[in-house]
Ligand binder design. Structure first.
Ligand code: ADP
Ligand code: MG
Length: 717
């Protein structure tokens, strides 16, 4: 009898085992049984040939319509030409020098045919396809294979067509026995899940569709549990470290700050603020992700938390992805704090603290002072780039770290942070991201963090109107775009024009697509053409820092009307007088990037306008994505739409499509309930039994379902 952890070689023979191992990375019974069918063929139901894509490796169920053997004149060989059909469309197939196949390929026979789809004279074709005929009575084993009505179609590889995999699976299932279900019985009962052995049998050889569905549901649970157990263990190991408690101090800086706050906190800010305040007060580290769009008021939330830490005698650090952003943060923190952030300066309030900026490009003298402030504790708040934590910067008593912009800050860096607290404690950590992501993605990709989201914008922000400008269909609309920009400038406002490319690099001649529009081409075109007479500036990432600063200063001061730029303006740039943004080749940007970009307009009292210029045609997925950006300014809704339009695989990256990646059945879009319930379940199991000693089945399942690479991948995202 075979168990899940058995090697395949003794069970299937060296040759077959080697083939499976080599091209599909399948080595154990578990690997094979978790290599689920990607689809099912139904006996008698033919595959729709019209749905095939050029270049794909496909397996189709079809009927042989025509077979013709002839000799090739030039090459002394034979060629068998065969046409297969689904009843409507035809696929032509050719076999070279395989004359013996002629008697096998009977007219009217039905079978599975596998190969790469090519095109020849407008006709879809499979060249030298591998096949398995269903009605061949001479071959009893073939008959047996297809006794079931529902035939699994496996992700296959060259040389291992789906029916070979199917035979291996059947052979293993015949010897397979599972002594114990890894999933706790009470969980199976609660969610009405079938046991693992049945699930594995039915996913491969479903007796009927409802049984197949029940099998899928159970196996989805396995995937969700495996991923969430890994995260739960990670969270547990983080949270069980000691941290410096930072309780709220009555009458401290935080209270003083709240009193002078010129606005009321939004309900979301208050609620999340309370959660953070409570977590900071405990002697285990907080580990929280705060999502909220640009302008949703995250910085205020973070600053209030930092003040609570300072009030209890600790230091707080704030990390930004770039030096520019770090100095902007330092400036705005100082502004918000006023005299309570001016310790050591004239006019400072009693008990004031100090905000110290520490960057690599500071002068030696300044930097030395900043390092001293951090080490002595004179600086309550230290702001710097991510390098702050790798550096040899020492703190007097670091209790709390705020990280801005999650997507550039990975798990390794978070780990590095954990060792930076005072007296071998871990600091409390708050990670902030302006990229809204759907809940299920957050739970899967940032699963090691607790998450909160600021969903409402503070009052007083101006709406942004977004329009797609489809220049392929309506070329004249482009003139109208520049006219609108001129009008905005005429009203005393300013505009951005964003391009995907700088234009100083040698054009790559990759394929058929024209290169994306470039800043250095568009700027002079506009200056000499539709925007003649306006003051146009250029900004991109490869300009020297001084030039960049100069241009930004001029634009901020209103000395430039139009700024033609790359996505360098994506983060942090704040010019309230800029009311319009034109994004050229908008289809070359991601949905969340477009959303981020348009956040640059509508910062003042006038509504913003964002024009998405594209050649993408109506009805394409690309256009659908742009239409989604046009349809809503709610970042969370947008991220959900994006997930719906994109193949989910994109979100989890290559690992999702990889042969042995963790999530084969689980859908981030459709299985929100499974993911959320598994997360809760995993949490309670791990808190009761962190090492899973009592759940050896679950521990094994984690490694079966989520292999080591995958686990690492999850952590790196
Ligand atoms: P984020 O960091 O999420 O981009 P900020 O915290 O910088 O957002 O807030 C953006 C702007 O909104 C700032 O000028 C801030 O002072 C202001 N703001 C924050 N919270 C509120 C609020 N509750 N009411 C009014 N304005 C607010
Ligand atoms: Mg901010």
């Amino acid at each position: 009898m075979a168990g899940l952890r058995d090697k395949l070689t003794p069970l299937l023979g060296a040759k077959t085992a080697k083939a499976l191992g080599g091209s599909l990375d399948i080595h154990t019974v578990s690997d094979l049984l978790r290599h689920y069918p990607r689809d099912y063929a139904e006996r008698g139901k033919l595959t729709d040939i019209a749905g095939l894509e050029l270049g794909e490796h496909v397996t189709v169920m079809a009927r042989i319509e025509r077979v013709n053997k002839r000799t090739m004149k030039a090459k002394y060989g034979t060629i068998i030409e065969m046409t297969i059909t689904d009843g409507r469309r035809r696929l032509s197939c050719a076999f070279f020098n395989q004359a013996w196949r002629e008697k096998e390929l009977k007219l009217g026979a039905m079978g599975l045919f596998a190969g790469k789809v090519t095109a020849f004279r407008d006709q879809l074709q499979l060249t030298n396809p591998e096949y398995e005929l269903l009605d061949d009575e001479a071959d009893a084993s073939t008959m047996d294979e297809f006794l079931g009505e529902i035939i699994p179609v496996y992700p296959a590889a060259q040389g291992i067509p789906t029916w070979v995999i199917g035979k291996c699976v059947r052979q293993i299932l015949d010897q397979f026995e599972l002594d114990e279900d890894p999933m706790p019985p009470e969980l199976l009962a609660e969610y009405g899940l079938v046991d693992l052995e049945k699930a594995l049998r039915h996913i491969h050889r479903p007796p009927n569709w409802p049984d197949r569905e029940a099998a899928r549901r159970r196996l989805k649970w396995d995937e969700a549990m495996a991923v969430q157990l890994i995260f739960a263990q990670r969270r547990y190991s983080t949270v069980s470290r000691p941290a410096l408690p930072c309780p709220h101090v009555e009458g401290g800086l935080l209270d003083a700050f709240d009193k002078r706050l010129p606005f009321d906190l939004t309900a979301g800010q208050r609620e999340i603020g309370d959660v953070i305040a409570a977590e900071l007060a405990t002697d285990h580290p907080m580990n929280r992700l705060l999502q909220g769009e640009v302008g949703s008021g995250k910085t205020v939330v973070a600053l209030r938390a930092m003040l609570q830490a300072v009030d209890s005698g600790r230091q707080a650090a704030m990390l930004a992805p770039t030096e520019v952003l770090a100095s902007q943060h330092a400036r705005s923190l100082r502004e918000m704090l006023g005299d309570i952030g001016m310790a050591g300066e004239l006019g400072a309030a009693e008990n004031a603290t100090r905000v110290t900026l520490l960057t690599g490009s500071m002068g030696a003298k300044e930097r030395k002072q900043a390092l001293l402030d951090a080490a002595s504790g004179a600086a309550g708040i230290v702001v710097g780039t991510h390098a702050l934590i790798q550096d040899t910067v020492s703190f007097a008593e670091l209790g709390f770290v705020v990280v801005d912009e999650q997507h550039r800050f990975g798990v390794e860096q978070r780990d590095a942070l954990r060792s930076r607290g005072a007296d071998s404690t871990s600091p409390h950590v708050l990670v902030m991201t302006a990229t809204p992501i759907p809940r299920t993605v957050a739970m899967t990709v940032y699963g090691d963090l607790e998450t909160s989201a600021l969903r409402e914008m503070p009052v007083g922000r101006s709406p942004i109107k977004t329009n797609v400008v489809p220049v392929a269909e309506k070329p004249a609309w482009l003139d109208r775009v520049w006219q609108r920009v001129s009008e905005e400038v005429g009203k005393g406002h300013q505009a951005y024009v964003v391009c995907p490319r700088i234009g100083d690099e040698p054009a790559s001649d990759k394929g058929d697509k024209r290169p994306p529009l470039a800043v250095l081409d568009i700027a002079p075109d506009l200056a000499n053409g539709p925007l003649k007479g306006l003051k146009i500036g250029v900004l991109h990432g490869r300009m020297p820092t001084d030039d960049k600063d100069q241009v930004m200063r001029e634009f901020s001061a209103g000395k430039l009307d139009v700024l033609v730029a790359t996505t360098v303006i994506e983060v942090g740039v704040n010019v309230p007088n800029a009311t319009a943004m034109v994004i050229m080749d908008a289809d070359r940007f991601g949905v969340s990037q477009l959303h981020q970009l348009r956040g640059r307009v509508g910062r003042g009292s006038v509504p913003g306008l964002c024009l998405l210029v594209t050649e993408a045609l109506d009805g394409t997925t690309t256009r659908e994505r742009l239409n989604a950006v046009e349809s809503t300014t709610d970042g969370f809704e947008l991220s959900r739409l994006d997930l719906e339009i994109r193949r989910e695989g994109d979100i989890l990256g290559a690992a999702q499509s990889g042969k042995r990646s963790g999530l084969k059945l689980l859908s981030l879009l459709q299985d929100e309930d499974v993911i959320a319930e598994a997360r809760e379940r995993a949490q309670s199991i791990v808190s009761e039994d962190p090492a899973l000693d009592k759940y050896s089945g679950l521990a094994h399942m984690v490694s079966d379902v989520v292999d080591a690479d995958r686990a690492e991948y999850l952590e790196k995202t």
